[in-house]
Design a protein around this ligand. Structure first.
Ligand SMILES: [Zn+2]
Length: 391
């Protein structure tokens, strides 16, 4: 079972950012006659020197003094030196045979496709102040069952997460996710059973989670907006649980849209596919380039929680709050949905509200029944001084 660790990810990203170093590493592999110890010692000294050239004029340290910034190099060489060497050797071999894979493919993508990773533990991979952007190639590993992205200051999850058809556990604890940060494409992960959304900025869970019956666990504690902003809706009627959101006319078009007005035929076709809620990441259904394009334009839309429509972010719509009780072992959990029209908002809210009231009445009945049974078993409660009896 192969596991991708955060230090390997950071090392690949470093080599990717410094292609001179990467090319030197491959050339050195031949010079060192595949002497792994010599090669690794060279990599250490070369990377440390490179880091110091970039950041400081201090005397270059020896390879034994790996600076704190390069902790991942030390750990990667200590834990998995042969995995790195095997990968570099394979790349050298491919180049010899003039058989390098897809042009423009990143080193990280090559590393990921060279192995068969089934778990990715990528917690705290971004430094403080760094832009936290997850590379799309991370999600192109169809056999990954566990993906952990804790403590990464993530503002959003790329729609590419829907490519992970084998995903069973997704850990997003300690990020900066809001309701709109989790894409609808998560519903494409039909095996996802455990979702961890603790310590984010959610005010409710995304409504589409209700359409994922395979979910067994959804952790959501520690979301600061969760109670203060949402539970006030609990006792309100239908009109007050539906919020009109005016379109942000000033919102700039993302680059994927281009400057064409009216939009291109390709863009309109992409919008129709997004609106259909069809899993366009299914292998063999669309060319990879089209899948990449759809992933690129996907964040430009809000997907309606009722009908099959996808409206540009700048268009108005409705936020709808509903409550599910019970939900996966919890008494009552709020959800937030997006609706493209007032009609769709009502179609979401009215049945959910009715179901919530019926569930609350059922729970009250069950509770009263339980109390009665308990009292019959134990006899009438005898109040004692300072203690209130349950009647
Ligand atoms: Zn709609």
């Amino acid at each position: 079972m192969e596991v991708l660790h955060c230090y390997e990810f950071l090392l690949m990203r470093k080599l990717q950012a410094n292609l001179t170093l990467w090319n030197e590493l491959k050339a050195r592999l031949l010079v060192s006659s595949y002497n792994s110890k010599a090669l690794l010692a060279w990599l250490k000294s070369r990377m440390v020197a490179s880091e110091y050239e970039e950041t400081s004029d201090d005397d270059p340290p020896t390879y034994k003094n790996i600076c704190v910034e390069l902790w991942f190099l030390a750990v990667a060489l200590e834990k998995h030196p042969h995995r790195l060497l095997q990968f570099v050797m394979h790349q050298v071999q491919l180049e010899k045979e003039d058989n390098t894979s897809v042009p423009g493919q990143t080193i990280l993508a090559r590393y990921l496709s060279h192995h068969n990773f089934v778990e990715m533990h990528l917690d705290s991979i971004f430094k403080y102040g760094e832009t936290a952007t997850l590379p799309p190639e991370l999600f192109k590993c169809p056999n990954v069952r566990v993906l952990s992205l804790k403590c990464n200051s993530l503002d959003g999850i790329p729609p590419d997460v829907g490519r992970m058809a084998s995903l069973e556990r997704l850990c997003l604890t300690n990020n900066r996710l809001q309701n709109s940060s989790v894409p609808f494409t998560l519903t494409f992960c039909r095996r996802l059973a455990e979702l961890y959304l603790d310590n984010n900025l959610l005010d409710a869970l995304p409504g589409f989670l209700l359409a994922m019956p395979q979910l067994r666990t959804v952790h959501r504690h520690g979301n600061h907006n969760y109670f203060k902003a949402t539970f006030m809706w609990y006792h309100t009627d239908v009109n007050e649980r539906v919020l009109l959101v005016r379109g942000d006319a000033l919102r700039r078009k993302p680059p994927a849209l281009g400057s064409r007005d009216p939009p291109s035929l390709m863009f309109l076709a992409g919008q129709a596919i997004v609106a259909s809620k069809w899993n366009f990441f299914q292998p063999g259904q669309l060319p990879p380039g089209v899948q990449d394009y759809l992933a690129l334009i996907y964040p430009s839309f809000n997907v309606c929680g009722h009908c099959r429509s996808a409206t540009p972010l700048a268009s108005p719509g409705y936020k709808v709050f509903t409550f599910k009780n019970p939900y996966l072992g919890n008494t009552c959990v709020p959800f937030q949905h997006w609706a493209c029209s007032a009609r769709c908002a009502r179609e979401i809210e009215v049945p959910a509200h009715l179901e919530q009231q019926q569930a609350a009445e059922r729970m009250d009945r069950e509770y009263r029944h339980y109390i009665r049974e308990f009292q019959e078993e134990t006899g009438p409660a005898v109040p004692s001084r300072g203690v209130c009896a349950v009647l």
